[in-house]
Design a binder for this molecule. Structure first.
Ligand SMILES: [Mn+2]
Length: 327
């Protein structure tokens, strides 16, 4: 094996950009340009700091439905900065990474370091020494243990005979506190110093178990129209070999109400459950829920349509027909 070597002072971590040509959810029409600007701002900052930019999965919101002009813009941007990019669940079509997905186009254009396979991905050559960066893309397990000695013997010679750190990037349902779909427990992984996770959009506390530190920096893109999104700042994060925790960097971003409609927040789930007639309340809100992709309508239907009723199939067929026709 001969791993790619990339020089840098550390990693500049960019969580789940979810770029799309069509705005997802409630986001307004400038979405694509807004996210491109954010990615570029991150790359520029990474360059100023001499860091390697690394996207933690879900570069795309939809794996294939991206315009050629968006791909051309991304290729031009990536060519200058050559980021490392982990494959997330949104980057794959029907759970597979094939030449058919948009990210495969960027890879074929040779403008990024694709992290599409599980295992050691590249050697980060820092002033302090060599760091091994490994990956578990979406769908691949996080290792239970890692034999760094084998890779050291194969890859390192001369003065440097060991990695000063091993960092593993993941895109998984890791059991950070308050995360509702935990699958992977946070525990020591022999041979791995850091696990840095994408996928969970809400930033989490960094947790150390034994010799392994787990971090969940959160995403840079505001997707959900909620009070929480209003309050939080989109942030990228920085890792260096001497990091005890990731350092946060505020990504330049527009005002919340420049990117979302200036309307009331939807009811919190608990409130909604207490309400007497969810269906009528929902109907009143349907105008608000009209979005490019019909996601508000989809949510409304899911909450209110009983799949056992005979008319349900007809309603879903209509929904599919209407939303697909809008693409
Ligand atoms: Mn995501």
């Amino acid at each position: 094996m001969s791993l790619k070597r990339i020089k840098g002072n550390g990693l500049f971590l960019i969580g789940d950009p979810h770029i799309a040509a069509t705005p997802p959810g409630q986001r307004l029409s400038s979405y694509s340009a807004d996210i491109l600007d954010k990615i570029e701002a991150c790359f520029k900052r990474a360059k100023e700091l001499g860091m390697v930019p690394l996207i933690l999965g879900d570069l795309f919101n939809w794996p294939r439905e991206n315009s050629n002009s968006l791909l051309v813009d991304l290729i031009a941007l990536f060519r200058t900065y050559n980021p490392a990019v982990l494959v997330g669940n949104h980057d794959k079509y029907q759970a597979r990474f094939t030449p058919d997905v948009s990210m495969a186009v960027l890879d074929a254009a040779n403008v990024m370091h694709l992290m599409n396979e599980a295992g050691p991905s590249f050697i980060l050559e820092t002033p302090e020494g060599n760091v091994l960066v490994g990956a578990s893309p979406d769908g691949f397990p996080i290792p239970k243990t890692f034999d760094r000695g084998e890779i050291e013997r194969a890859e390192l010679q001369g003065d440097s005979v060991e990695f000063i750190k091993v960092v593993w990037v993941t895109h998984h349902n890791v059991a950070f506190p308050e995360y509702k779909k935990p699958h992977y427990a946070i525990k020591e992984i022999s041979g791995i110093d850091w696990v840095i996770n994408g996928h969970i959009h809400r930033p989490g506390l960094t947790i150390t178990e034994g010799a392994t530190t787990w971090a969940n920096p959160g995403n840079i893109t505001r997707l959900a129209f909620t009070k929480y999104t209003l309050e939080r700042k989109p942030q990228a994060t920085i890792w260096t070999p001497s990091s005890v925790d990731l350092e946060k960097w505020d990504v330049p971003h527009r005002d919340f109400y420049e990117v979302f409609p200036d309307q009331e927040f939807p009811l919190e789930i608990e409130d909604a459950e207490a309400a007497e007639s969810k269906f009528l309340q929902g109907l009143e809100r349907l105008a608000w829920k009209r979005t490019h992709e019909g996601s508000g309508l989809k949510q409304f239907l899911e909450e209110n349509i009983d799949p056992d009723e005979p008319e349900s199939k007809l309603i879903w067929d209509l929904y599919t027909e209407v939303t697909d026709a809008n693409r």
